[in-house]
Design a protein around this ligand. Structure first.
Ligand code: TC6
Length: 302
């Protein structure tokens, strides 16, 4: 009851305490749950958060069909959910995974960058920054349970985690493939990649817009562990237990020491970064590249 009241007080949003049992398909496990998320009256929730108070671990399922692309609506709901967990002192660990088949996240929603006004593009980019800041600077242990492909912004999301576990399925890929769309990953995408795989691998990866198979991603350190597809979430829960055995304050200060310079760099230039994105993405030549890429995606499907 106290937690329920606290959540209401802190978030100003409805928090629903409920006991649920989650099925065992797609690597999901059964556990008692606290479901705490924003309810949207007109649309289905794009994220679903299952919080086990007894372990202090929340599992966040992205469920925005068809491919969990990061639209403004998705990012808004996602950030509210992360913020609520961050404010809940009982929540020490967060696992991010997907409820969509074959895809973790297709990255930024291309339709948010194509044919939109500069104002709308700016609003969208602020939301992308917000997602990165919330995840990369989180006090929680964050583990990505990557149960499908994860290109571009999907890869960025995974890169913000403390640990990445990917399904060992050669049909999936992960990487910052922005140059293949004719667009440029901003400095903070690049810095997050460099911090993870080192300068040379990041340089090759970003310039060529490489998408890596799970085994290639493991080789360069883009992911930390591969497991059979049906074990991604259960492994994430096991690994989380190890991370939570470290005293929070020591781990959090260490994490902050590692990440603060990268975070400060964006914090000190957020507005300039928005202006830079808007002027770049609204160029005719970039809009043409995006249109061609969208057509290619449709053709590939046909
Ligand atoms: C400076 C900026 C930095 C930018 C960073 C980014 O993240 S840029 C983003 C870079 N991202 C990429 O390059 C990833 C591009 N996507 C893919 O490579 C594949 O979709 C997949 C591997 C994620 C899933 O394969 P699959 O065979 O399971 O699925 P499928 O291919 O059949 O697609 C189903 C439907 O979803 C649609 N749609 C897909 N992605 C996006 C999107 N991001 N957005 C919007 N829509 C998207 C697709 O058109 C199709 O629509 P339709 O025809 O039904 O109306």
């Amino acid at each position: 009851m106290a937690l329920r009241a606290a959540l209401r007080h802190k978030c100003g949003l409805s928090a629903v305490l409920t006991q649920l049992a989650v099925g065992t398909s797609h690597g999901r496990v059964s556990m008692p749950l606290l479901l705490s998320q924003q309810r949207n009256r007109s649309t289905a929730s794009r994220v679903s958060v299952h919080f086990d108070q007894s372990t202090g671990v929340a599992v966040m399922y992205m469920q925005s069909p068809p491919v969990n692309s990061l639209s403004l609506d998705f990012l808004t709901e996602f950030c509210i959910s992360v913020e609520k967990l961050e404010m809940d002192k009982g929540c020490r660990g967060l696992i991010i995974t997907s409820n969509q088949p074959k895809v973790f996240s297709a990255g930024l929603d291309i339709m948010e960058m194509y044919g939109k006004t500069p104002e709308r593009c700016g609003e969208f980019w602020k939301a992308v920054q917000e997602m990165w800041l919330k995840l990369y600077g989180s006090n929680m242990v964050i583990i990505s349970a990557i149960n499908g492909s994860s290109p571009a912004g999907g890869c960025l999301m995974a890169l913000t985690s403390d640990y990445r576990i990917m399904a060992d399925n050669p049909r999936y890929n992960i990487g910052l493939n922005e140059t293949q769309l004719g667009i440029v990953a901003p400095f903070w995408f690049k810095d997050t990649m460099v911090n993870t795989v080192g300068h040379r691998s990041a340089e090759l990866s970003l310039e060529l817009g490489l998408l890596y198979s799970p085994s290639e991603a493991l080789k360069i350190g883009l992911v930390d562990q591969l497991v059979p597809e049906d074990q991604v979430l259960t492994t994430a829960l096991q690994i989380m237990t190890k991370w939570l055995a470290i005293p929070d304050h020591a781990r959090q200060i260490t994490k902050s020491t590692m990440r603060k310079p990268t975070i400060d760099k964006l914090m000190s230039s957020r507005e300039a970064d928005v202006q830079n994105f808007v002027s770049f993405i609204t160029r005719d030549s970039i809009q043409k590249s995006l249109r061609m890429y969208l057509e290619m995606l449709k053709k590939r499907k046909a």
